[in-house]
Design a protein around this ligand. Structure first.
Ligand code: UD1
Length: 339
């Protein structure tokens, strides 16, 4: 079975390639390396013993994309990760986000239609729910107006896939991620944020290792037990395994609808301070942090209702918050040893 993983040298993509290889899939990675490095392919090979095929090009380039699919028209499935993902950047340059995230998806769908490739797994986000009125948030929760062009690209992409599926051979599983953190147990692959990280966990580990001076905790006046905002953090390897299950479900024609949607979280919400406490416990490091004002655009609480993913997909996140924080810390330390 041959699977295309777009964005396969990126954070979630690279972990998914490893899990696919473990299950016996042949993997082809396409990535333009705009936010990742070619040597991730070597790391994947070190972990799995199998070198995935890697082609470097930009999926917004229709000629290169068409040429790729002409050579690989026998794909059994596509997992599409390749996309820009920085919320603030998307606010400053919305057209770059629409061109990249929407353009590449349209090019892929066009080729799926032409070459009769049926199965697409798409990276979506819990950002489509905004601040849900009912918690935990299920797949049936209303989609709220996007708070950023990045979030909007996820909403529009879900609609484009659904519209396309209703009139073509294309079937899809849309996976709405909560907050992916952690790294592979080998510490050979993990998250590599460019510049100053926006996300909490890379900022924590970079502060502890000395790259950043101090972590700012954005807001302590939320309506939560300790006043800091609550998220559903999920280990990237658990997340990666869900993609394997999803693609197998499609290949084996087990899907109940042409487009299915699953939340990928643990179902547990943790506050920023709980995340910091877990980090300090597993690392033995004291973290330098201070409480500052809320970050504009942040929501108060979100965590997943995972019933549908657990029952229907037959997948469940296994790793605890402590395991997630330890693997993130081991990854940061491995990076420091190399530099
Ligand atoms: C962010 C994005 C979301 C995206 C997700 C995955 C925003 C508003 N949302 O989610 O669209 O899908 O990343 O990449 O950017 N925090 C601190 N200090 C920090 C960083 C974060 O206190 O230096 C807090 C935040 O206020 C939040 C929590 O930590 O309460 C998690 O933040 P983050 O990792 O940025 O994820 P989200 O904001 O949930």
């Amino acid at each position: 079975m041959k699977i295309l993983v777009t964005g396969g040298t990126g954070y979630i993509g690279s972990h998914t390639v490893v899990e696919l290889q473990k299950e016996g899939f042949d993997v082809i990675i396409v990535d333009n390396l705009s936010n990742s490095y070619a040597n991730v392919v070597d790391k994947i090979e070190q972990i799995s013993g199998i070198r995935p095929i890697f082609e470097k090009f930009d999926l917004t380039d229709i000629e290169k994309t068409n040429d790729f699919f002409n050579r690989h028209s026998d794909l059994d499935g596509i997992i599409h990760f390749a996309a820009f993902k920085a919320v603030g950047e998307s606010v400053n340059d919305p057209l770059m986000y629409y061109r990249n995230n929407i353009g590449s998806l349209v090019n892929i769908l066009e080729n799926m239609r032409i070459h009769k490739i049926a199965n697409l797994v798409f990276s979506s986000s819990c950002t489509v729910y905004g601040q849900p009125e009912v918690l935990p948030v299920s797949e049936e929760s209303p989609i709220l107006m996007a708070m950023s062009p990045y979030g909007n690209t996820k909403q529009i992409s879900e609609e484009i896939i659904t519209d396309t599926s209703s009139v073509t051979n294309v079937k899809a599983i849309l996976l709405r991620y909560f907050n992916p953190i952690g790294a592979h147990e080998t510490a050979l692959i993990g998250e590599l944020p460019l510049g100053v990280p926006n996300n909490l966990v890379p900022f924590i580990t970079q502060t502890a290792i000395g790259i950043r001076e101090q972590l700012s905790v954005f807001g302590s006046d939320y309506n939560t037990p300790d006043g800091t905002a609550i998220r559903d953090y999920i280990h990237v390897v658990d997340l990666a395994q869900a993609h394997v299950v999803a693609v197998e479900r499609m290949i084996n024609n087990k899907g109940k609808k042409d487009v299915e949607i699953f939340n990928l979280g643990t179902g547990n919400g943790f506050s920023v301070l709980e995340v910091i406490n877990s980090f300090e416990k597993v690392s033995g490091e004291k973290l330098n942090y201070k409480i500052v004002d809320r970050r504009a655009g942040d929501i108060e609480i979100v965590y997943a209702d995972t019933t549908f993913a657990n029952d229907e997909l037959g997948w469940k996140a296994k790793k605890s918050l402590d395991e997630m924080m330890l693997s993130s810390w081991n990854w940061e330390k491995a990076l420091a040893e190399k530099s």
